[in-house]
Structures are given as structure tokens and as C-alpha cells.
Design a protein around this ligand. Structure first.
Ligand code: PHB
Length: 390
């Protein structure tokens, strides 16, 4: 090799080593999200929230660049979630695990967070016990009990004496059913039927028919966000349950902003309980939605976008406080008790449970400026997960 070529090789090697060094210094956030399959909108909306946060607040924390390492776990596929998280920890050496659209995915990864001592930020999965599966878990989304208890109280206080519950047959559905049964009974109501429906590709017709035959005052529903809510609402109207006087009440998973246009006017008047509405009236939400529309002109933000956005806020603020090299234990200690104003309203991390404390709103679907919106008309302030009450 000529001297000049040797010199060039040396320069290149140094340059490459420098680049590798820089990449090693990056703060790596490993995201496990459902980005394909029937629930891909869940992952995409969380990721939109993550990317919006990075765009608004910069891709560096202190002098370290933030690098997102994204893995698709395809939906309800815990083995894939687990493999993805293992790869993120072992090969990619991520500093933080985040994402988790579905409960089975969060359950599958929790033991790994514990053994690797990695902070694990749950940005959607909503089964109460998730945060009990590892001391390294913090949740920035919600729990099913948080939505369901206020809905049961509202139903009992608004003339509904007999309710039929229909839920997806897995963690969040079971939590939602248990909470509705408990709270509605405490409020003096009667449950006239409770059925669990398959979570994958359900055909709602037989369930709607059973409810129609029973003639309760209301049917309480939980199905995961996405297209299922749209087909349930269509079936509810087409089979005439509304005309029989059976009110549909639900968690807000069925009236997410991205699905409202698909449901159309059939959604008008539906009552749901939830934490985020695009129409939430606050300065923080106004700024958030404006930044969102600029980045995603043809889309609408949802609770999933906000779960991802707030998850990033938590990661940024904790790492700013403790430094990027701090341990998983330091991370969790700093996250406990953190409080800030989210686009959904004031939120904080319960220092005892590492779960989120937040307002839960009762909303009605109305048309505002030609657009279907969840209009908040009542709320329970600073509500803790009732699923953890022993
Ligand atoms: C969950 O699996 O915990 C889950 C998924 C989607 C939702 C709510 C809960 O809309």
C-alpha cells in the first residue's frame, strides 16, 4: 500500500471509530409497537406522538443525541414483543424501553425490564396489574379501571338501572368488566348480563342480538381502539338497539378522533369516559394540536398520540434531571411523583404505584364546526387507578 493510501485508510478508520463512538454516546430509546396487522393504527399513533415530541423539544438531551430504535411487534403477539425487547436490550443496548400498545406485549416484556434493570415506559397498555409486573415500569397512558368507574357512576346517576356488559376477552376487558360490575353495584345498579367477546376478529352480531333480547337500559362496551369500535357502533344502529331505548356507553376507545369520520353521524350522542379529547379546552392542548396538524396535516391526534408524547416528556425530563448515564433505579426514583400538564390536562406519576394519576372526563359526541368531537361535560379530578384498591 502506498503511503498516501495508508494515510487515507488511517483517516477513514479514525473517522469511523469517531462515528461509532458518537453512536455509542447516543441516548437510545427502544420502542416496541404494533406497526402492522389489524391494530397497526395503535402503534402508528403512539409513534406520531413520540416523533412530535422529538420535533418540538429537539433530538438531544444535554449534549447527547436521542436515537429511537423501533421494532414492530405486530399487535397481540407477546412472543414477538419479547424477542423484540431482548434484541433491543442485548444487541442495541438501549437505555430505555418504551411503547407497548397491548397488554400481552407489556406482560411479556416486564420480566426483561426487571432482569436488565431497564426503565420500561408503558405508553398505552391499560391493564391495572402491568405496573406490578416490574419495579422498572412507569405508565403514561391510563388504566381501564380509571375510565370505567366514572362511567359506571355516571350511568347509575343518569337513570340506568339495568346494564349489560360486553368486553374483549383479555386483560383490559376483564379489568373493565370487573370495575363496572363493582362500581355499578355500589351505586345500586343491576347487571343483567356480562359477556366476553373474542379480541381478534370478533363478529359482533350475536352479541348485539343477545343484548337486544335482554332489553337493558344500557350496554357498556370495551373493545380496543381501532376498527372494532366502528363496526360495533354500525351494528348497534343497524340492529336498532338505540330505537329499543338501549343506550351505548363505553370507554373512549370506540370514539377515537381518527375513527370518528369512519363512523360518521352514527356516533352522534354517544357517551364515553376517557382521558384525552382533541377538543379538550386548554392552552397546552391548543399548542399541541396546532403543532400536530402542522406535522400531520391530514390526521387527527388521539389518546394514543398523547400517551406516546407524554411518555417522551417523562423520559426527557427524568434524563435531564439525573443525566443519561444514571441507572434504571435512579430513573425510576426520579420518575416517581413527577407532575406536569399534558394536552389531556394535569397528570402525575403516583410515587407508590408508578401509575398515572389524571382527570377522567365524561364526554358526548357532538358536531363542532362540521367535525365530530368528544365534548367533555363532566370530570373526576386527579383520579388514581381504582384497580389497585385492595
Ligand atoms: C391494552 O391491550 O391494554 C389496550 C389496547 C388498546 C386499547 C386499550 C387497552 O384501546
Amino acid at each position: 500500500m502506498s503511503i498516501s493510501r495508508k494515510l487515507l485508510a488511517a483517516v477513514l478508520a479514525t473517522g469511523l471509530a469517531g462515528a461509532a463512538q458518537a453512536a455509542e454516546d447516543n441516548i437510545k430509546i427502544g420502542l416496541v409497537l404494533p406497526l402492522s396487522g389489524p391494530f397497526s393504527t395503535v402503534g402508528k399513533q403512539i409513534l406520531d406522538g413520540v416523533n412530535l415530541y422529538v420535533e418540538r423539544y429537539g433530538d438531544a438531551i444535554g449534549d447527547r443525541k436521542v436515537e429511537l430504535v423501533i421494532r414492530d411487534d405486530t399487535g397481540i403477539a407477546p412472543d414477538i414483543s419479547k424477542r423484540a425487547a431482548q434484541e433491543l436490550v442485548v444487541q442495541e443496548k438501549v437505555d430505555v424501553l418504551a411503547g407497548f400498545g397491548f397488554t400481552p406485549s407489556a406482560f411479556a416484556v416486564a420480566p426483561l425490564a426487571t432482569s436488565a434493570k431497564k426503565p420500561m415506559i408503558v405508553m398505552n397498555a391499560a391493564t391495572s396489574s402491568i405496573t406490578e409486573r416490574s419495579p422498572y415500569i412507569v405508565r403514561t397512558s391510563s388504566t381501564m379501571g380509571q375510565f370505567t368507574a366514572p362511567m359506571a357512576i355516571w350511568a347509575a346517576n343518569n337513570g340506568m338501572k339495568k346494564v349489560y356488559t360486553l368486553v374483549a376477552d383479555y386483560g383490559p376487558g376483564h379489568d373493565s368488566e370487573a370495575q363496572f360490575l363493582k362500581t355499578f353495584a355500589q351505586e345500586g345498579g343491576t347487571i343483567v348480563g356480562s359477556v366476553r367477546m373474542p379480541v381478534q376478529n370478533p363478529d359482533f352480531s350475536p352479541f348485539l342480538q343477545r343484548v337486544k333480547d335482554e332489553k337493558p337500559d344500557a350496554v357498556f362496551l370495551f373493545v380496543p381502539a381501532g376498527e372494532q369500535g366502528v363496526s360495533f357502533i354500525k351494528g348497534y344502529r343497524e340492529r336498532g338497539l338505540d330505537k329499543e331505548g338501549i343506550q351505548l356507553i363505553s370507554t373512549g376507545d370506540i370514539t377515537t378522533e381518527d375513527q370518528l369520520s369512519a363512523v360518521g353521524d352514527r356516533a352522534l350522542g354517544l357517551i364515553t369516559s376517557f382521558t384525552y379529547s382533541e377538543a379538550h379546552d386548554s392552552k397546552v392542548n391548543k399548542e399541541f394540536t396546532e403543532a400536530y396538524y402542522k406535522k400531520f396535516p391530514n390526521q387527527r391526534p388521539t389518546f394514543l398520540t398523547v400517551g406516546g408524547y407524554d411518555g417522551m416528556h417523562l423520559i426527557y425530563e427524568v434524563l435531564k434531571k439525573i443525566g443519561a448515564d444514571a441507572s434504571g433505579d435512579d430513573f425510576i426514583a426520579a420518575a416517581k411523583g413527577m407532575a406536569w400538564e399534558s394536552p389531556r390536562g394535569p397528570i402525575s406519576i403516583d410515587p407508590e404505584t408508578r401509575d398515572i394519576i389524571q382527570n377522567v372526563y365524561i364526554r358526548k359526541v357532538e358536531k363542532v364546526d362540521g367535525r365530530l368531537q368528544n365534548i367533555e361535560f363532566d370530570h373526576v379530578a386527579a383520579f388514581k387507578d381504582p384497580g389497585k384498591e385492595k
